[in-house]
Design a protein around this ligand. Sequence first.
Ligand code: 5GP
Ligand code: MN
Length: 336
Amino acid sequence: MLSIPEINELKLFLESPKNISIVCHRNPDGDAMGSSLAVQHALEQLGHTITCITPNEHPNFLAWLPKADAAIAFERESEKAIPILENSDLIFTLDFNALHRTGEIMQKTLEQLTVPMIMIDHHQLPDPYAKYTFSDVNYGSTCEMVYDFINALGYNHLINKDVATCIYTGILTDTGGFRFPKTTPETHRCVAELIERGVNNSEIYNLLYDNSSYNRLQLLGRALQNLKILPEYNASYIALSQEDLDTFHYEKGDTEGIVNYGLTIKGVHVTAIFIENKEEGIVKISFRSQGDFDVNQFARTHFNGGGHINAAGGKSFSSLQETINQFIAILAQENN
Ligand code: 5GP
Ligand code: MN
């Protein structure tokens, strides 16, 4: 948590109406959108003018979140977003640890600003760009940190149904449905209170996970067909080519969660999904592991990425096949 003097300073600052922007990482997930919108719904009750600015579009499966439709996608509407950022009195940067996580385009704008920032984030090795840094890898989600942050400010009464719904969404998605190891008694105590504040937990589950298009399920089928096992390294991987994506009319968010299937095989401790993106000229990669295999380190060292010990991501500028070959070669090397 922030220090007591920092909390007091922020409370004083929030006593009169301010212009506040909220920024999350590129390709926002449930935790990024949930934490951003939770802060917005909470602090708007104090009379502040608040804008959520996502680097690129949020996926459709999160569009139902309260006020998600009011968020500005920087890469689509930078003329609108830049003056809002410049005229902010404070910028929240949520669910990321380094400005480059907002993507090359938005990063440049953020780096030039003189506006004070606050970071709330649970990734390793936070960059020192923020005036206030609440960074803690022991949390399973940024949303749970936002809950503690709101309480530390003495704003528990601001946690209404909208705030609670946004926080619940990020906790649910980032803990993999309360199953990842960082799901603590505190997480469940927090969630209990969120349900008391009006969260409809079964509806949220349905909105997130029972809302697939037929094409998305067919794409999942293709992904599972493409799954390969590397028993000698206790590893598996899935590749999706641009052609696979096009065949099933890929939409943003359609590949969310597919990587986890690779870990459900007995004996597999590390897995990856390689997704070709011809438009951006990259292969986007997600890594997942169980136990000691540190995919954050793996992604940082070899694939221009990072994340957490058991869940990380990165990208490659090589072809899909070259990227896969590289992955296998690194595993071979590390197993020697
Ligand atoms: P996912 O695989 O679900 O996209 O991401 C898993 C975790 O890794 C998340 O915490 C996410 O923020 C992080 N992550 C994903 N892609 C990247 C990346 O390209 N760079 C870094 N530094 N972290 C990433
Ligand atoms: Mn997160």
